[in-house]
Design a protein around this ligand. Structure first.
Ligand SMILES: Cc1cc2nc3c(=O)[nH]c(=O)nc-3n(C[C@H](O)[C@H](O)[C@H](O)COP(=O)(O)OP(=O)(O)OC[C@H]3O[C@@H](n4cnc5c(N)ncnc54)[C@H](O)[C@@H]3O)c2cc1C
Length: 391
């Protein structure tokens, strides 16, 4: 049978655009479908990414970057500060993006490589069509259908593609960070660092962040686990802002959820691969998901090409996509899920003790592994059960 497309990608966030770009560069006939009328807006993100996360795939365009930072400062509940270099601070520190520009440019790159990109079009369903799939789309009130050999589900945290394909992407209530963020101006902070406040005092089950966008403007936000507090994320953030930045002005307001399930068993089914938040690829400790969405999109694009060449779209064949993301960042997702569970049980006093126990180390020179091993050495009873994660 003739299909309209080799690949239909649903959702034009970083994961979907990267998948479409990679497929198009591999010579596949690809359609990228986005339900919003403007790619990249409204932004539902604090916009932090490591330099490595971008440099691995792109020649960096300075207009994507709102601010470059040299590291992170973590504040424990009693105010003890821990300064980390950007290499130490994880996948979300290094650059603070301008996602409105970055996401749009990435979709533009996909289009330039040959992908067809359509906005204001929602995927509403999907069913089997011989060896491929029939995808239902709705554009400005009008329903129509296209056929494809492969669908890449890059439809974010509220993904429906996974459900349509029968992939288990269930997120329990205790596994979704509820987030609220203000873009604030007129505030004072050290603009060379991303700032994190941890502990029940600030954010039950999560943390408060401040990611600089300029000298006196920043994304100030919070993620909490709704199972750990009766108050809303907005209530906690307002309390923080009143105390720390009472003179700041709020110029944008976003809400959103981040899935923190840890790795799912499989992100594929017959003819279908899931990437980014749809595949629950956000980091359970930091909530960051841009870098993994980009990587997943790239891997899915490569595997789509192999599948089209082999004329094999079975889940058994597509499992090579599972292998790629699991080998790359799956182990870190697994480890960080276990760490998250451990840290959720710690009281604010314990967090203070832990942070104080490593005050004075030169954290530019030691690795995350060494840092955690030092923490375990200094606090053996407390952290005994996680030592195996780092040996
Ligand atoms: C408040 C907040 C702060 C965050 N901060 C950071 C951070 O600093 N660093 C970081 O790395 N991560 C951060 N994240 C997480 C990050 O935003 C996501 O992990 C990342 O955007 C995932 O990319 P994605 O391509 O998978 O999905 P998304 O960026 O969510 O894109 C999915 C796209 O699919 C579209 N779509 C959905 N359904 C359909 C449909 N049926 N048909 C067509 N289109 C559809 C959506 O409109 C959307 O454009 C944050 C998240 C939140 C909520």
């Amino acid at each position: 049978m003739d299909y309209d497309y080799d690949v239909v990608v649903i959702g034009a966030g970083p994961g979907g655009s990267m998948a479409a770009k990679t497929c198009a560069e591999e010579g596949l006939n690809v359609l990228l479908v986005e339900k919003r009328q403007e790619i990249g807006a409204p932004v539902r993100c604090a916009e932090g990414i490591s330099k490595e996360g971008l440099e691995r795939f792109f020649e960096i365009d300075r207009k994507w970057i709102a601010r470059e930072v040299s590291g992170a400062i973590i504040y424990s509940p009693d105010g003890t500060e821990l300064k980390l270099s950007s290499e130490m601070a994880g996948n979300e520190v290094g650059f603070v993006l301008e996602r409105k520009i970055f996401d749009r440019d990435l979709a533009r790159m996909a289009s330039k490589a040959g992908a067809e990109v359509i906005v204001k079009t929602t995927a509403t369903g999907m069913e089997r069509e011989k060896d491929g799939l029939r995808i239902r789309l709705k554009r400005m009130g009008e329903d129509y259908e296209v056929t494809a050999k492969i669908v890449v589900g890059a439809d974010g945290v509220e993904s429906r593609v996974g459900k349509w394909a029968g992939i288990d992407t269930t997120v329990k209530l205790g596994e979704i960070e509820s987030c609220v963020q203000y873009l604030m101006t007129n505030i004072e902070f050290d603009p060379d660092f991303c700032h994190f406040w941890i502990g029940q005092k600030y954010a039950p089950g999560g943390y408060v962040w401040l990611f600089p966008k300029g000298e006196s403007s920043a994304n100030v936000g919070i993620g909490i686990l709704p199972t750990m507090t009766k108050k809303t994320a907005k209530w906690w953030l307002d309390r923080f802002v009143q105390e720390y930045y009472p003179d700041g002005k709020i110029v944008e307001f976003v809400v959103g959820g981040v899935p923190v399930t840890g790795p799912i068993d499989t992100a594929v089914s017959d003819n279908v691969m899931l990437v980014g938040d749809a595949a629950r690829h956000a980091d359970p400790i930091t909530g960051g998901g841009i870098a993994n969405a980009i990587k997943g999109g790239y891997f899915a694009g490569k595997v789509a090409k192999e599948a089209v060449d082999a004329e094999n779209y079975s889940k058994e064949f597509l499992r090579r996509y599972d292998e790629m993301w699991k080998n790359d960042f799956g182990k870190t997702l697994h480890r960080n899920k276990l760490l998250q569970k451990k840290f959720l049980k710690l009281s604010d006093e314990t967090l203070d003790r832990l942070i104080r126990s490593i005050a004075g180390y030169n954290l530019e020179e030691i690795s995350v592994k060494r840092l955690v091993l030092e923490l375990i050495k200094k606090n053996p009873k407390l952290l005994w059960d996680i030592r195996h994660l780092f040996t």
